[in-house]
Design a protein around this ligand. Sequence first.
Ligand code: ADP
Ligand code: VHF
Length: 368
Amino acid sequence: MTQKTIVVKFGTSTLTQGSPTLNRPHMIEIVRQFAQLHQAGYRIVIVTSGAIAAGRDYLNHPALPPTIASKQLLAAVGQSQLIQTWQQLFAIYDIHIGQILLSRADIEDRERFLNARDTLHALLDNHIIPVINENDAVATAEIKVGDNDNLSALVAILVQADQLYLLTDQQGLFDSDPRKNPDAQLIPVVAQINDHIRVIAGGSGTHLGTGGMSTKITAADVATRSGIETIIVSGNRENVIVDLAYGQAIGTKFTVPAEHLESRKRWLFAAPSAGTIIIDDGAESAVLIQQKSLLPAGIVAVVGRFSRGEVVKIRTQSGKDIALGMPRYNSDALQLIQGKKSQQIEQILGYEYGAVAVHRDDMVVLKK
Ligand SMILES: Nc1ncnc2c1ncn2[C@@H]1O[C@H](COP(=O)(O)OP(=O)(O)O)[C@@H](O)[C@H]1O
Ligand SMILES: N[C@@H](CCC(=O)OP(=O)(O)O)C(=O)O
């Protein structure tokens, strides 16, 4: 059984197959592939566009003014159609899904970032497939990610995905827009996203979608910098998701630059530290030598007041700072559970955010 995590983003063009409505036969075929991977142990996260198209269709293509409010109206109506469709199709395979609607504000605020991440992990740990879209109905321009390509890259970082697949209506990235140039050639691998790549990705895409190729390139840039391989591929190709998961070279693959592998943790260095956690010798060796997470049992003192998700220093009793990390509990909670066994957390606090005080994934060890 694999434990690989993949995020798969569907553009409106793939879900509608270019028509004005969601294409259920095509979605059934997609769900069949997910069921196969789910069975094989893959952790799957779906980012789905299509709410606005579904809403427009459900309301019988009403004549609305071309305003943001109209799009929000269509998204509000269409999102329930969209999620119902996914739910009904996954039910064929007895697979449960959970809806999450996100905006940029949910990802940029650390506390909300951590909450979203906890929810996503809880769903995945319980074999429920998260189905995500932007919260279009309430998002204002300032808090919108704006397109689901970039949203899917942020989601891939949230769940620490191994791969991100961007499914669209073309076979991948071409050296010019294949809609305009019939001789355009597919680019199979992009090792570096530079200005040339950005230029050939051009302007926006189909009239139903919002992003076009250029938002896919920005998304691939964000994801690969964070260590997540990204593939732009045709959602119309038979067995595409299964074939990609099993390593077939299709579409355009954006590889991860070696020096960026640890970059998902880089911002820890940039953030000011909000406090300090003092640890005992056992915890020092767990963090430094065994490369483990920090458990509450190894904490001897908590200095300063901080929220969960703020950056803190991890310091030995001899005063040496050995790591920076983002704790899963705030300072008040840590003081209550310091020195205690993880099994006691819920009993002491009345809730729990997991067994560790600072997870290894949220920690950078400082050079000795
Ligand atoms: N260099 C390129 N290679 C491939 N497609 C391109 C390129 N430049 C622009 N495009 C356009 O981008 C479109 C896909 O974007 P979009 O309609 O937003 O898709 P989605 O709904 O899947 O996000 C393609 O149909 C194509 O016309
Ligand atoms: N959130 C919107 C789609 C936004 C979007 O990025 O669309 P697309 O370019 O088709 O992936 C919706 O559900 O209609």
